[in-house]
Write a protein that binds this ligand. Structure first.
Ligand code: A2P
Length: 276
């Protein structure tokens, strides 16, 4: 089973979740239902992914007690601003069919709008009302996080950022941890591209695990929360089976050595697409 991480407000989050970015809404229910059968208890979606309905349908179909599940969704760029955030949250909550969302994130800082502090005030309100159990941010660079912490009351519970062996963002990681904010890795496998280097495959062979398990273990061993995406049941099973082996300091260092500072996704400093 997957251990929990304690967030800075004492809420527990399973350290491994299923990411559903790019899973079409038509197949999301089936994929998430399957994941829940396989033991996943944490699902990460977003308004921008257009599959919140499928996630909600799977939650209901599973008949699992609501308190055993951890569901994250995110506010789209185009919905930033105080009132529009409250409205967008309501739409997400209805799409999911949930009374309470476990974690609600600002999806991107959108520095061009200069609205993320005002937007955060709306998330603080949702948190105070108990509509969400925790609030956080995504794609925040150190300057965004530091400004948010300085200008608001609730410290974000998480910062969810792109993180994988070839893009390790040490400055963002350090700033996030220093602020007492948990790190969540999206694209933890580099969208499947970070699995072929010998530093990974040799360690995998030595432990009798797959390259994906080595990369995910490398994340979790640093205390990072991971949300690997898979629609394949065999790979879904692999991706939560990370707690029966341990990487040595040398093996951890070999993965650290793969950093080439190359993003796959958008750059938070400039990304402004409203649908996202
Ligand atoms: P699939 O959905 O067919 O399993 P990331 O989470 O970094 O974005 O990576 C997701 C990509 O990696 C998807 O293309 C996914 O394909 C693939 N993937 C997920 N889990 C594994 C795994 N255990 N082994 C190999 N590829 C994987």
């Amino acid at each position: 089973t997957v251990p929990d991480i304690t967030l800075n407000n004492d809420v527990l989050i399973p350290q491994v979740g299923l990411g559903v970015f790019q899973v079409p809404d038509g197949s999301t229910q089936e994929v998430v239902e399957h994941a829940l059968e396989l033991g996943y208890r944490h699902v990460d979606t977003a308004a921008a992914y257009r599959n919140e309905e499928g996630v909600g349908a799977a939650v209901r179909a599973s008949a699992l007690p609501r308190e055993e599940l951890f569901i994250t969704t995110k506010l789209r760029n185009g919905d930033q601003g105080h009132d529009s955030t409250l409205k967008a949250f309501d739409a997400s909550r209805r799409a999911l069919g949930l009374d309470v969302v476990d974690l609600y994130l600002i999806h991107w800082p959108r520095p061009d709008l200069d609205l993320y502090v005002e937007t955060w005030r709306a998330l603080e309100k949702l948190y105070a009302e108990g509509a969400v159990r925790a609030i956080g941010v995504s794609n925040f660079l150190p300057e965004h996080l530091e400004r948010l912490v300085a200008e608001s009351d609730v410290v974000p519970a998480v910062n969810q950022v792109e993180l994988h062996p070839t893009f390790q963002q040490p400055a963002t990681l350090e700033a996030t941890r220093r602020a007492g904010v948990a790190v969540e890795a999206y694209s933890p496998l580099g969208q499947g591209r970070d699995l072929e280097s010998p530093a990974v495959t040799e360690v995998a062979a030595a432990h009798g695990v797959t390259p994906a398990q080595v990369v995910l273990r490398w994340h979790v061993q640093q205390g990072t929360i991971v949300i690997p995406k898979s629609v394949n049941p065999r790979r879904m099973v692999e991706n939560i089976d990370l707690f029966g082996f341990e990487l040595s300091d040398e093996e951890m260092a070999a993965v650290v050595g793969l950093d080439s500072d190359e993003r796959i996704g958008a750059d938070p400093a400039t990304f402004s697409y409203s649908q996202y």
